[in-house]
Design a protein around this ligand. Structure first.
Ligand code: COA
Length: 381
């Protein structure tokens, strides 16, 4: 990563200060400490901590510097092993350089570094009274996901922000559709597949509910109103696609999370009916999970895959969730996630064509203690 390729100039300023960004080294300690002391009254990072962080494999410090070499800002990322997340732990710009795009360039470079390290989520905390930083993060597409009371040394509250990272995402011709209810993720995946694989098909909320009624294993009551793989495959076949089911075990699914015995009985009967219908529609059922390699093969043949994931790693909720796998770049699977979290803040951009590193995908494509793995592969008929 040569420095010259990352030269940034503040485009809109009359005489733009020119600066560049690069990874920090041990030679930058004086500059880092100076920026820190000019930027924070409390919770300062000490020199010896910077020294360790510069070398640590679990951290990445990006610095911004002027042509004369003087450091004017830094951003510190922390990585925790085994997660798809990185944390923007700290960012600061020398006071005389603020408002010139240095902060934005440091955030953008940190996002690139995190994405390169196979992270798909960037999270950060910011003081509730830090309007400058909050504006910067919101402008760069971060959405607020929480608030912590008494978080800092001086008892100030913190806001927590998050952004899903995209890298240089491949484009996809599979049109995205956002689910309009809490329980239609699976049918929306079927609908996006229909929209892509059938020329004459138009996606709509009416179709969303129709497909849900064709695929659901329960009627509306508290708890799951969702769909099992057999129901999704049957609804896709009923609407003209060729489907195959890949599930880690035989029998009825999702029953352990349902307490009401009457509801369990109805779910069991509905699922039994779907299993019978798979025979009528000639839908093969494979009792082994569809791994990333098999999903990639299916995509290469023009198929799409609906995969069950635990929503925990995506948005912290332990619910079963269906996503549609629409692409592959040799390192990530790209998913359309029909669920747009918190409609006021997240946009389709956060949920459509989202790259997930293979290892993370393997990790998230399972649900419950068992864990259950399930997928439906769809092709044109
Ligand atoms: C938060 C902080 C890092 C932002 O850095 P920055 O370099 O000022 O950030 P930017 O210049 O990219 O963006 C800030 C403003 O400058 C504007 N700006 C961006 N590029 C610009 C340019 N080329 N010319 C003029 N203004 C520009 C932005 O529009 C933004 O304006 P806004 O107030 O309307 O949002 C900086 O204020 C800081 O160091 N604060 C103290 C430490 C701190 O609070 N850190 C955050 C801890 S969570």
């Amino acid at each position: 990563m040569g420095v010259p390729s990352r030269l940034v100039s503040a485009v809109d300023a009359p005489s733009p200060p020119v600066f560049a960004v690069r990874a920090a080294s041990a030679a930058d300690l004086d500059g880092l400490v100076a920026i820190e002391s000019h930027s924070f009254e409390t919770d300062r990072i000490a020199r010896r901590s910077f020294r360790k962080l510069v070398e640590a494999p679990t951290a990445a410090i990006t610095v911004a510097f002027l042509p004369d070499g003087r450091l004017v800002g830094y951003a510190l990322l922390l990585f925790r092993a085994g997660t798809g997340m990185a944390r923007l732990y700290s960012i600061a710009v020398l006071p005389e350089m603020r408002g010139s795009g240095v902060g934005a360039a440091l955030v953008a470079e940190s996002e690139r570094v995190a994405f390169d390290r196979d992270r798909f989520l960037l999270r950060l905390e910011v003081r509730e009274d830090n309007a400058d930083a909050i504006r910067l993060y919101e402008r760069m597409g971060y959405r607020r996901i929480g608030r912590y009371l008494d978080y800092y040394e001086d008892h100030a509250n913190a806001l927590r922000y998050e952004k899903r990272l995209r890298g240089d995402a491949l484009s996809t011709s599979v049109r995205y559709y956002e689910q309009t209810t809490d329980f239609t993720c699976g049918p929306c995946c079927v609908m996006m597949a229909l929209g892509h694989l059938r020329k004459d098909y138009a996606m709509s909320p009416v179709e969303e509910i129709k497909l849900w009624r064709q695929a659901t294993t329960v009627f509306m009551m508290a708890g799951l109103g969702g769909c099992d793989p057999h129901g999704l495959a049957v609804s896709a076949a009923r609407n003209g696609l060729a489907a195959s089911i890949h599930v880690s075990r035989e029998g009825s699914l999702f029953l352990e999370s349902v307490r009401d015995p009457e509801k369990r009985r109805v779910m069991e009967l509905a699922q039994e009916d779907f299993r019978h219908q798979t025979i009528a529609f000639d839908i093969p059922i494979h009792h082994r999970p569809l791994d990333v390699a098999a999903i990639r093969e299916a995509l290469a043949e023009g198929a799409l895959a609906i995969v069950l994931i635990s929503a925990y790693r995506m948005f912290g909720k332990k619910v079963p969730h269906w996503v549609l796998v629409v692409g592959d770049d040799g390192r990530h699977l790209f998913i359309h996630d029909p669920w747009v979290e918190d409609r006021s803040r997240e946009t389709h951009n956060d949920a459509a064509n989202l790259p997930i590193p293979y290892a993370d995908f393997e990790h998230m494509a399972r649900w419950g203690r068992e864990p259950l793995r399930a997928a439906v592969v769809l092709r044109p008929r």
